[in-house]
Ligand binder design. Structure first.
Ligand code: FE
Length: 184
């Protein structure tokens, strides 16, 4: 009797384990894609409204995923060669992952060896704004989103023509939308 019961348990485990595993993988994938496209809990997110935002960090902390918050609002930097966009070369637009403000076109992106997505110009002069940054014993120019003031990265003078600028951005605060996605 005990042997039958043991065999039955073993069969149940063998049958259920792959189902559980598949379900966990599927949830993880949904979570990953959700972080990029699901802005249901972010009432400030808009790809068309250019009105300046004035939202407290405490409020953003409730809304944003942890990795986005740490870079956007605490001026963090992701590790080089780890971001999701440093190698992306598809045609499309890069939006602010915090507020949806259009920031860069793919045509201004260039292959930089620095390990972060790099652009030689912003979409419009007011897409971003700049401020001096003297943190970490360096003197740099910080790049912020022109609509929500989130930290995006820094700008340097070693970029390619025609501007000679290198907008060195963090992938976590960008959201890439391919042109063919807009056509659908
Ligand atoms: Fe923004």
């Amino acid at each position: 009797m005990k042997r039958i019961s043991f065999n039955l348990s073993l069969r149940l485990i063998c049958c259920c384990f792959p189902i559980l595993l598949f379900s966990q993988c599927s949830n993880a994938q949904k979570k990953q894609s959700g972080m990029q496209t699901d802005h249901k809990n972010n009432p400030y997110y808009s790809r068309t409204d250019s009105k300046k935002l004035n939202v407290s960090d405490a409020e953003w902390k409730k809304i944003l995923p942890k990795d986005v918050y740490e870079i956007a609002r605490e001026k963090g930097t992701e590790y080089a060669f780890t971001g999701k966009y440093y190698k992306t070369d598809a045609k499309g637009t890069y939006y602010c992952a915090v507020c949806g403000n259009p920031l860069f076109r793919s045509g201004a992106k260039f292959a930089s060896s620095c390990g972060w997505p790099s652009f030689f110009e912003s979409l419009t002069p007011t897409s971003v704004r700049y401020q001096s940054d003297h943190s970490h014993g360096m003197s740099r120019d910080e790049v912020l989103c022109g609509r929500c003031d989130s930290h995006l990265g820094h700008i340097f003078d070693d970029g390619p023509p025609p501007t000679g600028k290198r907008f060195c951005m963090n992938s976590a605060v960008l959201e890439f939308v391919p042109d063919d996605a807009n056509a659908k």
